[in-house]
Design a protein around this ligand. Structure first.
Ligand code: SB7
Ligand code: NI
Length: 186
């Protein structure tokens, strides 16, 4: 299983690379990578196991964060999201955002990242809703429409696959600037 020592940290060039397309059927290595990434999220969201293994809880994990420059990420949205948000759990492979809302949204507490040890404050403006096309571990194509927190998580993960980190989106001069037409998610 992955521990915090296995997570690549900001400064490691793998986090700034464009990841490579994944081929199907998945190799044994890629299948294990997928399983271990989802396992990390599940263990990290269990309070006892999270404490036992000294993990940071995560709702997503992208392959470059475990040193693999591949277009693959695990997403496991927490169960306590509001009822109108659909929970989402899957390994997303070769994902593409095929449409996004004009409506912008940001988490009111800002974002964090397992690969960034320090807290970087500021709003991370994103699309409130996105439609994502991806392949699952069996190569099946899916098209999903997510909104609010799950949409923000999947955009954070897809950013990792293209070498982008959350703080790249924060306005350096005015990290908490608000525009009138964006919504804030608690
Ligand atoms: C806040 C946190 C995350 C996504 C969106 C908002 C995920 C944090 C864990 N990761 O670093 C995953 O890449
Ligand atoms: Ni991250």
């Amino acid at each position: 299983m992955y521990l915090m020592k296995d997570i690549t940290r900001d400064g490691n060039p793998v986090l700034r690379k464009q990841a490579e397309k994944v081929q199907f059927p998945l190799s044994k290595e890629d299948r294990e990578l997928a399983d271990k990434m989802m396992e990390y999220l599940e263990i990290s969201q269990d309070p006892e196991l999270c404490e036992k293994y000294q993990l940071r809880a995560g709702v997503g994990l992208a392959a470059p964060q475990v040193g693999e420059s591949k277009l693959m990420a695990a997403v496991l949205t927490p169960p306590e999201g509001d009822e109108t948000e659909s929970p989402f759990k899957d390994i997303i492979i070769n994902p593409v955002i095929i449409s996004n809302s004009v409506q912008q949204a940001a988490l009111s507490v800002g974002e964090g990242c397992l690969s960034v040890d320090k807290d970087i404050e500021g709003y991370v403006p994103r699309s409130d809703r996105v439609t994502v096309r991806y392949q699952d571990v069996n190569g099946e194509e899916h098209t999903v429409r997510l909104k609010h927190y799950p949409a923000i998580i999947i955009q954070h993960e897809i950013d990792h696959l293209h070498g982008t980190l959350f703080y790249d989106h924060i306005d350096k001069e005015n990290p908490f600037s608000r525009t009138s037409d964006e919504i804030f998610i608690d």
